[in-house]
Design a protein around this ligand. Structure first.
Ligand code: ZN
Length: 359
């Protein structure tokens, strides 16, 4: 089976400012690494260029007033928050990112490939119905989910492993039982939400599962959360598609965060997710790039590890250059795992009324 990489040269055009952490090198260095490893021509990988999402497609998530604001301020430049301005020309770039997420889903639903990774920017998981935030403008994940639901997929499980809580995505689906939103993220940290007692409301009660982790959390804890929270929930929810908000800012070299995941840890996580998708939903898995700012550090290697895991390639050689070794020792906190176990136990208690697997 093959894996699609969704990429467009237009993803390198968006720029808030030269020194902004969400800059084009995040993706251009990853693409260089992918070329260097020969993955562009690999028989298990299919590179697909997407087109812009339509206004109708993004309107399934965002309100017209916000879309009009984005379109208008893209002409002269504008401002959303201190991390997120609207550079001239933004709107078509944001539509192209959303279009990449949609194209990834179509490649999977049409059986062109088994799974797909949308290597897109700007990212999306902080964007809400009526505003952008935290480097995000359009919620690419939510737009993709509404698109697949329009194509007949009833239940989608989202796994958001970006270091920051996916507050925008959570809010969009908070009352919606057709989408199980799960998130592992550093806490306390930006944006401040994502505690274990945020479990959804109304008809969506029980369909949000937050796994906050302290700074210093590494591979072992992510594996633990996957096995003790994500897998049992997934088996009971029985998704028809698994969607990963793949933020690579948990890597121990990331300059914005304090976590300690390695490239092999990322590859292992994705391997788990792929196995779960094969067990539950015919292998249907769509990954969408969110954050990850270690442009000159681990980022290209984490993306490579994820792709290798999706395409069943040999994972043995996926590792960061040895010179980063000391960084890992500095980033990792051995006491973090006990906190992770505690938080996960508390989450299971909060979710027990809704899920038999936690009773
Ligand atoms: Zn992030």
């Amino acid at each position: 089976m093959t894996t699609a990489l969704i990429f467009h040269p237009g993803y390198l055009l968006h720029e808030q400012s030269r020194d902004h952490p969400e800059r084009k090198e995040r993706l251009s260095y990853t693409m260089d690494q992918i070329r260097e490893e020969g993955l562009m021509q690999h028989p298990a990988v299919k590179v697909i260029a997407p087109k812009e999402a339509t206004i109708e497609e993004v309107s399934r998530v965002h309100i017209p007033e916000y879309l009009a604001f984005l379109e208008h301020s893209s002409k002269k430049g504008g401002f959303i928050d201190f991390d997120t301005n609207v550079p001239v020309g933004l709107f078509p770039h944001a539509l192209l990112a959303a279009g990449g997420a949609i194209r990834a889903a179509d490649a999977v639903l049409d059986g062109e490939v088994e799974n797909a990774f949308a290597l897109i920017r700007p990212p999306g998981h902080h964007a809400r119905q009526g505003t952008g935030a935290g480097f995000c403008y359009l919620n690419n994940m939510a737009i993709m989910v509404r698109h697949v639901q329009g194509r007949g997929i009833r239940r989608v499980m989202i796994l958001d492993w970006d270091a920051h809580h996916g507050d925008g995505t959570q809010m969009i689906f908070y009352e919606d039982p057709s989408v199980l939103f799960t998130s592992i993220h550093q806490m306390p940290f930006y944006p401040g939400s994502g505690s274990v007692d945020e479990t959804g409301s109304g008809r969506g009660a029980g369909f949000t599962a937050n796994m906050p982790v302290p700074a210093g959390t590494g591979d072992e804890s992510y594996r633990y959360l996957f096995e003790t929270v994500i897998e049992p929930l997934a088996r009971e929810f029985s998704p028809e598609l698994i969607a990963v908000s793949a933020g690579q800012d948990n890597h121990y070299t990331d300059p914005l965060t304090g976590l300690a995941l390695t490239a092999r840890g990322y590859a292992g996580l994705m391997k788990h997710a792929v196995a779960l998708a094969r067990e539950l939903c015919g292998g249907r898995l769509v990954a969408i790039l969110e954050g990850g700012y270690s442009v000159e550090g681990g980022l290209p290697y984490t993306n490579l590890g994820i792709i290798a895991a999706m395409a069943d390639l040999d994972l043995q050689s996926i590792r960061e250059p040895a010179i980063y070794g000391e960084w890992l020792a500095r980033a990792a906190d051995p006491s973090a795992h006990a906190r992770v176990i505690e938080n996960a136990a508390s989450l299971r208690t909060h979710l027990a009324p809704f899920w038999a697997c936690f009773r």
